[in-house]
Design a protein around this ligand. Structure first.
Ligand SMILES: *[C@@H]1O[C@H](CO)[C@@H](O)[C@H](O)[C@H]1NC(C)=O
Ligand SMILES: [Cu+2]
Length: 358
């Protein structure tokens, strides 16, 4: 059902000057619209997702919900988050936002089946599938106290250390802009922290396509330390980027895109019978609201025959569901509750019904 349709970058490189020009809300909105219109269709998804342990969005069959967000260039609406101060600067909700950041929906409150069981203090492997590589860094945190509505403050209290580098931020040194890459990284779980009934792992992908976070060479290597991005194609060769503004302070541009994603895990106390093992629980029940073969009145393949690539609201569901026609195939998908897909194939995101033709 999941296709290899690769998102082209939704957000082109922002030069520092364009950021400075766009610091007022209305300008940012305008910029977002212009970028959207000048980008090819079917382009706007998050820039990556947790492959192992599997992301919440994928575990419930809502790949279209996977971490989106970024620096506020998403189409609409321009949200004000309750966690003002931390999130305003980077516009990614705690567990990622749904496709196109429509409404106040997120994966924060959507617990899924446990995807992996670890032992306290263990080194764990986290694989992140990067769909749009902008350089920058990954960090991994856990919230051991709850699976429903974990707060960013909870995650911030349990930042994992990368087992290979010893730092909390793991900097992306390889790859090229626009190529999909899976980064497999190793992290140390804190000793003495367990969650027998499950808890949440959060990954943050903070990009370096608009600015580079300050860092020194021992942590991030000589390129980033000098303000350059070693991932090829994000900037021109040798370009020195501006340094990002203070993290968490929305009044200090430049800012850059940030994506988050969560997975449900379990950590047993060390010395338990599961010591040292990593197991995957049985997969969650298949989603009832979407399937690759279903379709309101016809199969996706039949519906998409002869149609241009795009998303088409299924009129028999009042466009709550939609057909996804892509180069080599077709799928049937659901919009997040309260949103619909335009039926004309002209939009690539679920929107509020009043904004759509169905
Ligand atoms: C480099 O940065 C890391 C992470 O912030 C810090 O712990 C370390 O002390 C710094 N090293 C030097 C030589 O400044
Ligand atoms: Cu981007």
């Amino acid at each position: 059902m999941r296709t290899s349709l690769s998102p082209t970058s939704s957000y082109p490189l922002l030069t520092p000057s364009s950021w400075l020009m766009s610091t007022s809300g209305s300008r940012i909105f305008l910029l977002g619209v212009v970028i959207f219109l000048s980008t090819s269709a079917i382009s706007v998804y998050g820039h990556g997702f947790l492959q192992s342990p599997l992301s919440r969005a994928r575990a419930v069959g809502r790949a279209e919900w996977e971490a989106a967000g970024g620096n506020g260039l998403g189409l609409r609406p321009f949200r004000t988050y309750p966690d003002t101060g931390f999130l305003v600067n980077d516009r990614a909700d705690v567990c990622g936002d749904p496709h196109q950041d429509v409404g106040d929906l997120n994966m924060r409150s959507t617990a899924t089946a446990i995807q992996a069981t670890y032992t306290a203090g263990q080194t764990i492997t986290v694989s992140y599938r990067m769909t749009v590589n902008h350089g920058g860094w990954l960090s991994v945190k856990i919230c051991p106290t709850t699976r429903v509505n974990p707060s960013q403050a909870c995650f911030d209290g349990y930042t994992l250390t990368n087992a290979n580098t010893g730092f909390a931020r793991w900097w992306i040194q390889t790859g090229a802009y626009g190529t999909q890459t899976t980064y497999t990284t190793n992290w140390r779980l804190p000793v003495g922290v367990s969650c027998d009934s499950g808890c949440v792992l959060q990954i943050t992908y903070r990009t370096a396509n608009s600015c580079v976070d300050p860092c020194n060479a021992s942590e991030c290597g000589t390129e980033y330390a000098a303000g350059r991005v070693p991932v090829s194609g994000v900037t021109g060769p040798g370009v020195i980027m501006q340094r990002c503004g203070t993290y968490g302070n929305p009044s200090t541009p430049p800012r850059t895109e940030v994506f988050r994603d969560c997975a449900d895990i379990r950590i047993v106390a060390s010395g338990g019978s599961n010591s040292g093992t990593t197991t995957r629980s049985s997969p969650p029940p298949p989603p009832t609201q979407q399937s690759s073969s279903g379709g309101g009145t016809q199969t996706p393949t039949a519906f998409c025959s002869g149609k241009a690539n795009g998303f088409y609201g299924d009129k028999s569901t009042n466009c709550a569901k939609y057909f996804w026609c892509y180069g080599s195939g077709a799928a049937y998908m659901s919009c997040a509750a309260g949103t619909t897909m335009d039926s004309r194939g002209t939009k690539n995101y679920c929107d509020y019904p009043k904004n759509n033709v169905c």
